[in-house]
Ligand binder design. Structure first.
Ligand code: F6P
Length: 376
């Protein structure tokens, strides 16, 4: 490589000799992003900095494992009726505290709290709303499998009004920033500011996130699907058909073999799909408790959906784009299907087909492979 090309890749002339060894930090990335916006106040950058700090604090605690006494059940349930782990509560407190003072946020919404929490009057009110699942997949904590934090940022629709839950009832297409931190073998922060998806790996020795995955794109060819197959007897016909066809592999209508995955940690599934392609389904099903799906729209499906769409994939309810859903409640649940675009479009087509007609699994008699009831 000539000196000329090295210099142009590294940045301003004169810095070429030093910079090629240094990877870009999240701080530098945010400075570059802020410079692209004329008249930026720095508030948005400050908000992302607080998200970064909250995730580093949570990563630090999660990484200590059983060395600290904050594992196991807290003995309480959250607004969803799910048992809270002690770490759910600690992570929620970290997210909340880290965003209180900065003057960037007007109110916060968390999976762990029934009500929206406005920033109290002793602190300045910011322009943004943040919704978060502070510790997603926390049932995996005790077995040392990846967990994560998910966040979604919206603009406060009416900065002069008293803030309540309705401020958060905006479709996902209005998000201005979204992402997750994954606490796995390495801690990564993966986010979109609305143009592309970028992944940053935490360098624990210098305490900074480093840009390691610029402009992540979901591979178009997918041979992995993720679904909780223990619910198969309750699935709708479209989902049974899709899964049956994947399982039939090379000898079935898809003409190739598929692999099945289920981590039970949405962040871990989204991360794998961003890097390797594939599809994730948590569909609604025919049980009364699951008619609306399981995952939460505002702080699970919308932020993951925004990332997936920004990376060239598709995110859907199974029928239509997730980001177009008009929320009706702050803890609303939804069916959620996302991943490689062609696979999600296929699942949407099957929903259109089987809304009108039953599914008679041709490969397995009158039933899908897992099904115990007659095909509907
Ligand atoms: O919503 C929490 C969550 O743990 C997700 O991270 C994950 O995708 C899903 O629930 C797992 O659901 P199940 O326990 O039904 O496998």
């Amino acid at each position: 490589m000539t000196a000329r090309t090295t210099r142009s890749a590294a940045g301003p002339a004169g810095t070429a000799a030093r910079e090629p060894q240094l990877q870009q930090t999240l701080t530098e990335f945010l400075i570059d992003e802020q410079r692209k916006v004329p008249n930026a106040t720095g508030s948005y950058t400050a908000l992302v900095n607080d998200i970064r700090l909250a995730c580093k604090r949570i990563a630090n605690i999660v990484g200590k494992g059983q060395l600290v006494d904050i594992h196991g059940k807290a003995g309480s349930v959250n607004v969803q009726g799910e048992a809270q782990a002690k770490l759910d509560i600690v992570a929620d407190e970290i997210f909340h505290r880290t965003h209180l003072r900065g003057g960037t946020v007007a109110a916060m919404l968390s999976e762990e709290h029934e009500h929206v929490r406005p920033v109290p009057p002793e602190y300045p009110r910011g322009r943004y709303l943040i919704a978060f699942d502070p510790l997603d997949g926390s049932s995996n904590i005790d077995i040392n499998v990846s967990v994560g934090s998910i966040f979604s940022v919206l603009l406060d629709p009416d900065p002069a009004a008293e803030i309540g839950p309705e401020a958060f009832l905006q479709p996902g297409s209005r998000q201005v920033c979204a992402g997750y931190a994954i606490y796995g073998p390495t801690t990564m922060l993966v986010m979109t500011l609305g143009h592309g998806v970028h992944g940053f790996t935490l360098d624990r020795e210098i305490g900074e996130f480093i840009l390691t995955h610029r402009d992540m794109r979901i591979p178009e060819e997918a041979s992995e699907f993720a679904i909780n197959a223990s619910n198969s007897r309750h699935w709708e016909p479209a989902v049974s058909r899709y899964v049956d066809e994947c399982l039939a592999g090379a000898s079935g209508p898809r003409g190739r073999d598929f692999n099945m995955r289920w981590v039970a940690s949405l962040v871990a599934e989204a991360h794998r799909i961003l890097l390797r392609g594939g599809v994730f389904l948590y569909p609604r099903d025919e049980r009364a408790s699951a008619r609306k799906g399981k995952l939460r729209l505002l702080y699970e499906a919308n932020p993951i959906g925004f990332l997936i769409e920004q990376a060239g994939g598709r995110a859907s309810t199974g029928d239509s784009p997730i980001l177009d859903v008009q929320p009706q409640g702050i803890h609303q649940r939804t069916a959620f299907v996302f991943g490689s675009r062609a696979e999600v479009e296929r699942i949407e087509a099957y929903h259109r087909d089987h809304n009108a007609k039953r599914y008679d699994a041709p490969l397995f008699g009158a039933r899908g492979l897992f099904r115990t009831t007659a095909g509907r």
